[in-house]
Design a protein around this ligand. Structure first.
Ligand code: NAP
Length: 284
């Protein structure tokens, strides 16, 4: 029987940990979100993040600004949040509207407040397998999920579809760390014969944003399939994999929605409290 890897329970375990750590700090912990424009999906994600923060006793500061805000004003907002002592973590909701440079905005976030773990400094620490920074929220959440469900990564062949700054690339790095010891292959839009590559995977992580990209013929019997994709098709949320057919082949699979999404949010909260603890320890 295929195991359903739901995010609800492991995400709750992380949120319980975050709530305890906030309590122990005896200080308000604040997460600031920056949402530029009116993308309905982004609005939903930010609302969910605020709601989840409230359940663990974290304060949130909501900065929702118009989609035609110029680059320099978005950057000034981030600079202001960097300087605001009430803010422990800053999240810039991606994607930004066309015409804005997301890298320039993310690069401006003070690394000590980089709640999503996307600043080059945070990613550099992940490359070097060093602690002390925020770990990208979605890949961190997936690692936590694999751990929660006792899915062994050591010596396994992990194929990641996608190599973005947000998901694919850091995902592969975390699986490659000595704490996980998977053998990692990155696939992307130029990969030839994708099913031939994915069929070899013991662990298949799909983060392409392409509904139906992977079907049962691209999955090895008994593989673990983690579907990161979130796509709206005919008013329904679907992932990147054909859930029905793959459920017949895989040993375990994440649902969409209700799989990776809750883990991303919980990891964002965890990053924020870890950053708050570091700031207190450093006396800043
Ligand atoms: P992205 O920046 O657009 O990156 C997509 C990656 O997929 C790229 O590396 C791209 O290859 C690759 N790709 C695209 N089409 C492909 C194809 N036909 N075959 C093989 N590879 C292909 O997207 P992202 O930010 O990483 O997000 C990926 C998906 O995850 C989206 O659906 C997003 O909404 C979702 N997401 C979910 C969560 C969650 O919490 N569940 C969090 C973040 C993102 P190239 O590099 O060659 O272009």
């Amino acid at each position: 029987m295929t195991q359903l890897l739901t995010g609800k329970e492991p995400a709750q375990a992380i949120k319980d940990e975050v709530a305890e750590r906030i309590n122990a700090l005896n200080k308000r912990v604040g997460l600031a979100t920056v949402l530029v424009g009116d993308d309905p999906a982004s609005e939903v994600y930010v609302r969910m993040k605020h709601k989840a923060a409230a359940t663990v006793g974290m304060y949130t500061y909501d900065h929702h600004i118009p989609g035609d805000t110029p680059q320099d004003e978005v950057e000034d907002l981030v600079r202001g949040l960097n300087a605001d002592p009430a803010v422990d973590g800053i999240l810039v909701q991606l994607p930004l509207p066309d015409g804005l440079d997301p890298d320039a905005v993310i690069d401006l976030i003070e690394p000590g407040k980089d709640a999503d773990g996307l600043h080059p400094h945070s990613l550099g620490l992940v490359v070097l397998e060093r602690s002390g920074g925020a770990v990208p929220a979605t890949p961190q959440g997936i690692m936590r999920m694999l751990d929660y469900y006792d899915i062994e990564t050591e010596g396994k062949l992990a194929v990641i579809i996608g190599r973005s700054r947000l998901v694919g690339r850091p995902m592969g790095l975390l699986l490659n760390h000595k704490s996980a010891n998977a053998t990692v292959v990155f696939a992307h839009s130029r990969t030839r014969d994708l099913p031939a590559i994915t069929r070899q995977a013991d662990i298949l992580i799909v983060a392409a944003g392409r509904p139906g990209l992977v079907t049962a013929d691209g999955v090895k019997p008994g593989a673990v399939v983690v579907d990161v994709g979130i796509n709206r098709v005919d008013e329904k949320l679907v992932g990147d994999v054909d859930f029905e057919s793959i459920s017949e082949v895989a040993s375990a699979i994440t649902p969409v929605p209700g799989g990776v999404g809750p883990m991303t949010i919980a990891s964002l909260l965890l990053n924020t409290v870890v950053l708050a603890e570091s700031r207190i320890a450093a006396g800043t």
